[in-house]
Design a protein around this ligand. Structure first.
Ligand code: ADP
Length: 490
């Protein structure tokens, strides 16, 4: 059964490929279904791009590039500003669409719609501030002039967990810089990307500047590899797993494509004995439960000082117990289903492992409720040994393992004992300690007495195997530019 998307969301959602300003079914005319994870029923059949369709999209982006790069920054800014206003007007519709295809609660979806729109506003403001430099050479003989030029056709690959925000976080800076793009959304959530393309067209983005090609899961590798092998593509911005990121970095080597990579995370959440515990519980709810734990920034491991561990776990458990599990689209739902069966299987397996041989004690949850859909209960596991397997894996679900510690040095060592380095969270009332620990943590971002770090005005990104480059802030725009240096004599 196919739900009527328009009546469900209030948006007229396209389901084709968007290439050169045209909606189409692609050369082969193949389609694939997008499922509602709360019902496992089809929401829509969408066009399944082939490698040839993807190359058509690269060609369209390449043709549109010179005109867009030459467009006045003010005009690019006005278009992005219009996109912000349109998205703000339609945030409820976008929220409903994301709740439908991703499964997240309407509350999370509304927050995402607002957050996603902010990237358009922020980069509308940045588009007119792309500066160069002029300096006198040390020898005094000449001048060193630098300017920033658009890097070129940019391939944007996004995951399913934030279908709107991961797209706008890439599209907005690329467009601000004067680049044209091909967006390949995740197979679980292409509808939001299509709706976004329609919105950008309405905002005045010229044909071919934004192109969108979706594929079924099995097609992603071939379609993306074809684009990566096309030397008109000069930039890759990828958000997804470290495993796929490594494959793409290898492909990028062949034509030396500039890469920004936002990969996996394994965020530690460290609570010291001097922390404000109610604030830490509040932060933990955000860091763990926003999006049902399906975020690369999700708190993955709670290191709690022994002196406050009982108080923290009992208050955290009480908050988790009160969460209402249900379909994302149902008003009042706090915790929607996971996105698909594979994610549900993975989360169940990790919990079984942590409580079986792992030695952890289930305080709350620990199972999938007996109902249709990919639901998993909010779960708290206490007394997890510091070497348990669950602490090495990106859980991507509503499961919080707690490890108790007594020594600050142990907490830092354990927190850093991972190949990942995206974000860490620290709770302490002692700001000097907080800053000292923040410096010692191997992460691109730290939430110091904060359970949420994402902000369009801040540089988002990881160290170690969590990624390369930054998104958001001024830095996010520079990722779509090349520096040109002109040695000048006058
Ligand atoms: P997740 O585990 O969050 O699904 P993935 O890294 O698997 O993360 O997916 C992120 C994005 O990468 C999606 O758009 C997906 O279609 C795409 N993708 C998956 N596998 C490949 C691949 N082998 N080559 C290129 N893109 C891929």
């Amino acid at each position: 059964m196919t739900a009527d998307l328009t009546s469900l969301t209030g948006l007229d959602v396209p389901t084709g490929l968007y290439v050169g300003g045209q909606w189409g079914r692609g050369r082969g005319g193949a389609t694939f279904p997008v499922l509602d994870p709360a019902t496992e029923e089809s929401l829509a059949e969408v066009a399944d791009a082939s490698a040839a369709d993807a190359i058509d999209a690269v060609a369209a982006a390449h043709d549109a590039l010179p005109g867009w790069a030459a467009t006045a920054p003010r005009q690019r800014a006005e278009i992005l500003r219009t996109a912000f206003e349109l998205m703000t007007q339609r945030s409820e519709q976008f929220a409903r669409l994301m709740a439908a295809e991703n499964g997240k609660s309407l509350r999370d979806a509304r927050a995402e719609a607002a957050y996603a729109a902010e990237f358009f506003r922020w980069y509308a403001e940045e588009a007119v501030r792309i500066e160069g430099t002029l300096m006198r050479a040390p020898s005094g003989a000449n001048r060193i002039l630098t300017l920033r030029q658009p890097i070129g056709v940019s391939l944007l690959i996004t995951p399913w967990n934030f279908p709107a925000a991961m797209a706008t976080r890439k599209i907005a800076p690329a467009l601000a810089a004067g680049c044209s793009v091909v967006l390949k959304p995740a197979e679980d959530t292409p509808l939001t990307a299509f709706a976004m393309a329609a919105l950008l067209e309405e905002a005045g983005v010229p044909r071919g500047v934004v192109n969108v090609v979706a594929t079924r899961r099995e097609g992603a590798a071939g379609v993306v590899a074809a684009m990566m092998a096309d030397d008109r593509v000069r930039k890759l911005s990828f958000t997804g797993s470290t495993q796929v990121g490594r494959i793409l970095l290898r492909q990028a080597a062949d034509s030396v494509i500039n890469c920004s990579m936002e990969l996996g995370g394994n965020a530690p959440f460290v609570i010291f004995e001097d922390a404000d515990i109610p604030a830490a519980v509040e932060g933990a709810m955000l860091a763990k439960m926003r999006n049902g734990g399906e975020a690369c920034t999700a708190a993955n491991r709670f290191y709690v000082h022994e002196a406050v561990a009982d108080e923290f776990t009992s208050e955290f458990a009480a908050r988790l117990r009160a969460l209402r599990v249900g379909p994302g689209l149902e008003e009042g739902t706090d915790l929607g289903p996971l996105v698909n069966q594979a994610t549900l299987d993975k989360v169940s397996g990790l919990v079984a492992d942590a409580t079986g041989n792992g030695g952890g004690k289930i305080v709350l949850g620990g199972q999938a409720p007996d109902r249709k859909g990919y639901f998993y209960d909010a779960t708290l596991i206490d007394a997890v040994p510091s070497d348990a397997g669950i602490l090495d894996a990106e859980i991507f679900g509503p499961v919080a393992p707690v490890v108790r510690f007594t020594d600050e040095a142990d907490a830092i060592r354990w927190a850093n004992d991972t190949e990942y380095g995206l974000v860490s969270y620290v709770y302490t009332r002692d700001l000097a300690r907080g800053l000292r620990v923040s410096e010692a943590l191997e992460a691109g971002m730290v939430g110091l007495n904060r359970g949420l770090v994402s902000d369009p005005a801040a540089p988002f990104g990881g160290v170690k195997q969590s990624g390369l480059g930054r998104e958001g802030a001024g830095e996010g725009l520079l990722e779509y530019t090349e520096t040109k240096y002109i040695a000048t004599d006058w």
